[in-house]
Design a protein around this ligand. Sequence first.
Ligand SMILES: *Cc1c(COP(=O)(O)O)cnc(C)c1O
Length: 376
Amino acid sequence: MNQTPIYVTQPYLPPLDEFIPYLEKIWENKRLTNNGPFHQQLEEALCEYLGVNHIALFANGTLALVTALQALRITGEVITTPYSFVATAHSLLWNGIKPVFVDIDPATFNLDPKKIEAAITPQTTAILPVHCYGNPCDVKAIQKIADNYNLKVIYDAAHAFGVEDEGGSVLQHGDLSILSFHATKVFNTFEGGAIVCPDSKTKQHIDNLKNFGFVGETTVIAAGINGKMSEVNAAFGLLQLQHIDAALERRMKIDELYRQELSNIAGITVPDVPENIKRNASYFPILVESDYLLSRNDLHEHMKNCGVHCRRYFYPLITEFPMYRGLSSAFQGNLPSAEAIAKRVLCLPIYPTLDSDDQCRIIKILANASYRCKLP
Ligand SMILES: *Cc1c(COP(=O)(O)O)cnc(C)c1O
């Protein structure tokens, strides 16, 4: 087979000629970084688009996570999920915090609120859940536990750009929410990220921390980091924002077609998604069950041989990496749902420029592999 390879995602690039005027502006005013005009405009535009009050832009989502924990002075132990990208837990280690892993709900792949309380100790200071694949956590149940035990809640919302529940943006929950604008995400600035803050005082503090801890010219109040977003990245974000609604619409169309076509394939489960919310179709996970012809890993390999590069998000679990494996919450059997899902999950290609021919090719590969298994 000699077809062009299809990857799990393709960054969304607006026409190049639309970006040139932004670059000319940067050359003209010679502001390259440090809260320049495009940086300020993007913060405002994102607040408006997302329906949130304050946003602090970052060079990437990981630095945003690390700084969010520093800003709230989180210490001791933090409850988090093993079913995420490794940066979620790494941000805790960078702050000298001990991650305590709690299992996920096998229906939503998000932290299971029913299992959180049993993991709380006198050292626990916060909960760090992830809105996995952009599907909102049980934010009410999590907030109730946080209130009862006086814990902070920081949402890793790297997948949840543009997601809205009954109350509006899902980014308004908890004490802070973190976004990633990495090239692979729904909205990208090549590299980038942000912290959604509830008030201007918190934003100011976070802005100081992302600029080495400087307050004014000569005062440094903390060991802050360089987390600033450059003008080139901010300008690209402004341009990307003009195309985001069309991109999200196209993602939803692809999501719907997959849902329709894959529901009848024996051995493939398409996980349910919440109703009555505005989704972003950022990922398309399927579960490869034991009655499918191929194992999940064999299907992954088979598709690769057909030129379709899926990803096993999230496998391995964070708890399997060497810096987490030894933790008491990482032991085999403590996280049965996360372990079971990680073995079965496969994320299919989904991105705005995936055309219907390519999507049909992907669906056919999945259907054919299952069909053969039912023949005598
Ligand atoms: C992408 C991602 C991050 C890290 O964001 P970067 O911008 O790549 O640093 C953190 N958490 C989750 C869940 C992610 O998917």
